[in-house]
Design a protein around this ligand. Structure first.
Ligand SMILES: NC(=O)c1ccc[n+]([C@@H]2O[C@H](COP(=O)([O-])OP(=O)(O)OC[C@H]3O[C@@H](n4cnc5c(N)ncnc54)[C@H](OP(=O)(O)O)[C@@H]3O)[C@@H](O)[C@H]2O)c1
Length: 214
């Protein structure tokens, strides 16, 4: 059975992806997170292995990667680039070559107009991590990464999104976590999609100077 490693598995999007993969595929899942008791509902699940660890621990990461086909990172935070370095070091050690990586709008300086200027300020603490991670991932010869650059995330109960390519201006201001999860599940089901690429995700017709709720 194909094995998928989910990093930051208690993350909001990761939890949606986990439930969908258990329902829609026969993949085995390794859920890697801090404070693993938060996902104790999976303790006895035959296709789930819980691994407690920090994403900066290269040795623990590479051990968790044994036999894994795809790593999906749902990690976030201002220290993201440190995590990214650890992920690529562990993947190179464990000889795992496929990565799905959660980035964000603005990582490629691709958000146009007033919204782009507003976003630059609003997530100023996080953008350096996304940008440095992009450079680290682009420099990897043995790791095929699909980076996902979602708009501002919502918990709306909807799957409704369009994509933009890496060299296209970003569209829209928001997208639901269910939509991002849908895109990730598609990639996990067909890992040949979007090789070495960075894809923007947004809900159609949500252009504006800010997300609607700000
Ligand atoms: N919010 C937005 O509008 C927006 C828009 C675009 C992109 N993004 C990006 O999307 C990511 C995913 O969003 P989300 O809402 O699904 O995620 P989330 O609920 O914020 O989850 C992120 C997870 O990363 C984990 N994490 C961070 N550093 C870690 C480390 N060193 N070791 C282990 N785990 C670590 C956190 O673990 P703990 O629970 O242990 O802290 C958390 O569970 C965000 O983190 C952000 O980078 C956000």
């Amino acid at each position: 059975m194909v094995k998928i490693l989910i990093l930051g598995a208690n993350g909001a999007t990761a939890k949606i992806v986990t439930n969908r993969l258990l329902a829609e595929t026969n993949a085995d899942l390794i859920l890697y997170l801090r404070n693993a008791e938060r996902l104790s509902q999976y303790n006895d699940h035959p296709r789930v292995t819980l691994v407690e660890g920090d994403a900066t621990d290269v040795a623990a990461l590479s051990t968790a990667m044994a036999g894994v086909a795809i790593v999906y990172s749902n990690l976030g935070g201002t220290a993201l680039a440190t995590d990214t370095k650890a992920i690529v070091a562990a993947m190179n050690t464990a000889k795992v070559s496929r990565l799905i990586f959660y980035s964000a709008l603005g990582a490629l300086h691709e958000v146009p107009g007033k919204f782009g200027e507003w976003n630059e300020q609003a997530i100023a603490a996080y953008l350096p991590g996304f940008r440095e991670s992009d450079q680290i991932l682009a420099a990897q010869h043995d790791i095929n990464t699909t980076q996902i650059r979602p708009a501002w995330l919502t918990n709306h109960d909807e799957i409704n999104y369009e994509t933009t390519s890496a060299n296209e201006p970003f569209k829209g201001t928001e997208v639901s976590r269910q939509s991002v999860a849908d895109f990730i599940v598609k990639l996990i089901k067909d890992p040949a999609l979007y090789p070495n690429d960075s894809i923007g995700l947004n809900k159609p017709n949500t252009n504006g100077d800010k997300p609607a709720w700000m």
